[in-house]
Design a protein around this ligand. Sequence first.
Ligand code: SAM
Ligand code: SF4
Ligand code: SF4
Length: 373
Amino acid sequence: MSEKIIMLADARAPSLPVPDALEAPTGLLSDALARPLHDLRISVTDRCNFRCVYCMPKEVFDKDYAYLPHASLLSFEEITRVAALFVAHGVEKLRLTGGEPLLRKNIEGLIAQLRALRTPSGRPLDLTLTTNGSLLARKAQALKDAGLDRVTVSLDALDDAVFRRMNDVDFAVSDVLDGMAAAHAVGLGPIKVNMVVKGGMNDDQILPMARHFKDTPYILRFIEYMDVGASNGWNMDEVVPSGEVVRRISAEMPLVPVSANYAGETAARWRYQDGQGEIGLISSVTQAFCQDCSRIRLSTEGKLYTCLFATRGHDLRALMREGRSDAELSSAIAQLWRKRADRYSETRTIKTAGLERSGATGQKRIEMSYIGG
Ligand code: SAM
Ligand code: SF4
Ligand code: SF4
């Protein structure tokens, strides 16, 4: 890697403008492309105990790396306040992510606070968390007791040597499998298993993973390696298209497509013809799903990102810490969503991806570990 990136946080975030005319939330916000707002992803830490080669490569995220200082992080009270405002605007699903969310001290305390929120019609939220599974065996019961509904666990290989090369901290497959089993045992299911496929690195694990998780309570999802952030050295040649994943699995275990559970579902579903389970395919590179994207992301330090590939966040923390009212924050959020026109994956070309990564546009994308997946 030729370029050393020191800055993780987005220092260019403009503060979020508060409109003069305040408005009450209706629960029915639509963006500039008529997409509703349904899903809030909350990054609770920018730190991680793994160094996955496609996310936090060791050469960049080394001991000199400038992580966010504790005072920059949103407190649990601030996160819950923001989440409540989003829920009033129509958000029904909250996902905690990071970095590794289980590294955040007393994460179960935050989960308990979020659990108490209700939609305008009085329903509880769908509350989930994405984790690398390393601390799951230890934490599963506490997470369940705090009110978490489900977990998604990332696992990129079954072969120990391949997995250790992917996480780059020598973490064993069996420990993640133990974490998943603990989560399943306490009822944090149905558990989804995310496998990022990086060509030449772990694509030989597609079939072993499919065989292992077929006919189990776990739903395996294959994710195309994405050009997020600015430090993973992404190259289109290393993307294994979902179509190829389906082809390889189908040759041994025939698959048939299944219709989506709901509009905006990120994973295309396929089930085994023999009725023994299903898989998901998240094809962010080869089959963009921007047209139904109803997700917004809150960074660890309180900036809002209307797209995973955004180069700029909008500083909600600044508004909170200067003492703005809920009505002001809520109106600012409404205005931000109404203007949203992001559809990066639909407009991505190899050329533009290359330009932005090299900084030719003068703007670097924020990292996945900062904004959450
Ligand atoms: N540390 C947790 C984990 O790994 O599950 C949560 C945060 S991680 C950023 C969320 C998800 O993003 C993981 O499933 C991870 O595999 C995925 N991810 C990270 N970098 C990616 C990339 N370049 N392309 C596709 N998926 C990526
Ligand atoms: Fe950590 Fe998750 Fe990124 Fe891997 S994908 S480095 S586990 S944040
Ligand atoms: Fe949503 Fe942006 Fe991803 Fe498109 S590229 S699906 S708008 S996050």
